[in-house]
Write a protein that binds this ligand. Structure first.
Ligand code: FES
Length: 148
């Protein structure tokens, strides 16, 4: 189940967040690529064969941001640590700087398809200034072991 479903508390400032993305439209308008309250995130979505840069508000986790930015990251349990559908693979060196996963996250990761040594659950990755430049891959559910 994708995050885009009725009842999810979509914030009213989606347009503002979209404007803060590092997109061509923002650059054409001369908008700054990001502010001090955001961190850069790159998402490689293997199922859709695309890599996109975003500016993510600090304090927001990847699941929350995926909903707002229309990223196809499934999050069946809405961040309750009872699924592994928000599985992402951390491609950048930021993996080592992430807080250690809790036991519940490790238990759910054991169920993730395409699990790697750099796997995390997106709902547990909270953007901080230290994660500026974070690059994650969303595995292809049709071919979860594919790496590129
Ligand atoms: S959304 Fe279910 S564990 Fe992250």
């Amino acid at each position: 189940m994708l995050l885009r479903r009725a009842g999810w508390p979509v914030t009213a400032n989606i347009a503002a967040r979209a404007a803060s993305m590092t997109g061509a439209a923002a650059r054409r308008r001369g908008a700054p690529s990001r502010t001090a309250s955001t961190a850069k995130l790159t998402v490689t979505d293997l199922a859709n064969d695309c890599t996109t840069d975003y500016d993510v508000p600090l304090g927001e986790n990847l699941m929350e941001f995926a909903l707002e930015a229309d990223i196809e990251l499934e999050c069946a349990c809405e961040g309750q640590l009872s699924c592994s559908t928000c599985h992402v693979v951390v491609l950048s060196d930021h993996f080592e700087t992430l807080p250690e996963p809790e036991e519940e996250e490790l238990d759910m990761l054991d169920l993730a398809m395409g699990l790697t040594e750099r796997s995390r659950l997106g709902c547990q990755v909270v953007m901080t200034p230290e994660l500026d430049g974070l690059h994650v891959r969303i595995p292809d559910p049709m071919d979860p072991d594919r790496e590129s």
